[in-house]
Design a protein around this ligand. Structure first.
Ligand SMILES: Cc1cc2nc3c(=O)[nH]c(=O)nc-3n(C[C@H](O)[C@H](O)[C@H](O)COP(=O)(O)O)c2cc1C
Length: 404
């Protein structure tokens, strides 16, 4: 049975949703699933733009056969060779032996590395700025190095304005019947999935995203549809999306707000985190998010970090170190090149309190442009009523730094 959506009169989404996969890339939880998007253009030649993961192959093949309606497949354009998009290429080529494959030199290199078999098929190497016509439609190619992997390109259909953007503008979350951005409440249902996908998967490559956006700027007014390999197809409100990307790619916080991440075994540090949250709210800062590092997957924490301007790290000391999940969170922030945040530290311990200095060192020496507030709160086992003033001082310093 086909499950197909029209993007335009002659362009079809033929991807599939996956609700069975629990961990994307075997690391990021996807409780709301994910979609693998592939697109077919019916011109004088028939053209498939990318394929899908193995898990979605059968559905895509049924969709492809339905849309082609007896026609042969002439061309496969592969924008991105990561296996969740290229793994089904062999199945497509086996079914359509006359199809030629279009990609970049680097793309074909990755293809050979993975052992995707293209023998017997014409391969056409394209480079930035090349154009190709399929009949009435002419496309052009832009290389997008390190927008996740070294080899991706994006393809712009100059005739209908469809930008096949590879993993750029992708998102977690299955489509489940919807396809376009204006068919969902993006602010309520999608932005969190979009942000978590982007910053965890491509977050490290902000400058490369900016480079791609810069390169695409002269043709942006020709773009009518943004067709990524995961998630929604955008057909309006591009300024909103580009603004979000601009923030994520330049490590600019989206909002003034405080993320309090705590690491606590027996609840004492958690209590401080809760008391601090209350203090902030009572003093007027209501945009406060509290997370327990032990039971929040780090991909959600990273998404929060890209969203908020201020981060409070509250951690107990553990074997003279930082509590391990908090340490892991900090290392992930570093790995993703997070920068330009204002940070406050709460440390705790019962005999040799070390977590604060260690957190400070990672933020200060291993990350870029992190402002660390001087007003550290150090808690010996439990915060007592007599120390409420210290909590108030910390809250004030956070609020003061927001006004600067
Ligand atoms: C395995 C383990 C290792 C610990 N290591 C240290 C330590 O090196 N230095 C220290 O001061 N306290 C250490 N502690 C004590 C806790 O950090 C301390 O009791 C803290 O107040 C607990 O905060 P919580 O109630 O938020 O879990 C350790 C506790 C455990 C269980």
């Amino acid at each position: 049975m086909h499950i197909v959506r029209k993007v335009t009169d002659d362009l079809y989404w033929i991807g599939a949703n996956d609700h069975r996969l629990t961990l994307f890339e075997n690391i990021h939880p996807i409780p709301e699933g994910v979609s693998y998007n592939a697109y077919v253009l019916l011109d004088e030649q028939t053209v498939l733009f990318d394929t899908v993961d193995w898990d979605a192959c059968r559905q895509m093949m049924e969709n492809l056969e339905y849309v082609l309606d007896g026609r042969d497949l002439d061309v496969v354009v592969v924008n991105h060779w990561e296996p969740d998009h290229a793994a089904s290429l062999q199945a497509v080529l086996a079914r359509y032996p006359n199809a030629k494959i279009v990609s970049t030199e680097k793309g074909f290199m990755i293809c050979r590395q993975f052992g995707f078999r293209t023998e017997g098929h014409e391969t056409v190497e394209v480079k930035e700025g090349d154009t190709m016509s399929f009949g009435t439609h002419t496309v052009t190619f832009l290389e997008a190095p390190m927008v996740h992997w070294p080899e991706p390109m994006v393809t712009l259909d100059l005739t209908n304005g469809a930008l096949f953007s590879a993993d750029a503008f992708g998102s977690f979350k299955a489509l489940d019947g919807k396809l376009f951005n204006d068919e969902v409440n993006y602010e309520e249902g999608w932005i969190d999935s979009n942000r978590r996908y982007l910053v965890n998967i491509v977050g490290k490559y902000g400058p490369h995203i900016m480079k791609l956006l810069g390169k695409a700027a002269p043709v942006l007014d020709q773009v009518k549809f943004i067709c990524p390999l995961h998630g929604l197809v955008w057909r309006n409100n591009f300024d909103y999306l580009l603004d979000k990307y601009q923030h994520w790619a330049t490590y600019e916080p989206e909002e003034k707000g405080v993320l309090i991440v705590y690491a606590s075994m027996y609840g004492n540090t958690e209590q401080v985190a809760q008391a601090l949250a209350l203090e902030l709210v009572e003093k007027g800062m209501t945009n406060v998010q509290v997370r327990d590092v032990s039971n929040t997957h780090v991909s959600y924490l990273i998404a929060d970090v890209f969203r908020y301007s201020h981060i409070v790290f509250a951690s107990c000391t553990y074997n003279l170190g930082i509590f391990p999940p908090m340490h892991n969170f900090l290392l992930d922030m570093k790995a993703l090149n997070v920068q330009n945040r204002t940070c406050a530290i709460v440390e705790s311990g019962s005999w040799a309190i070390r977590s604060g200095d260690l957190i400070h060192d990672i933020l200060d020496k291993e990350m870029k442009q992190m402002t660390i507030l001087n007003e550290r709160l150090s808690v010996a086992s439990h915060l007592h009523e007599s120390e409420t003033e210290d909590l108030s001082i910390l809250a004030d310093s956070i609020l003061d730094s927001m006004r600067e």
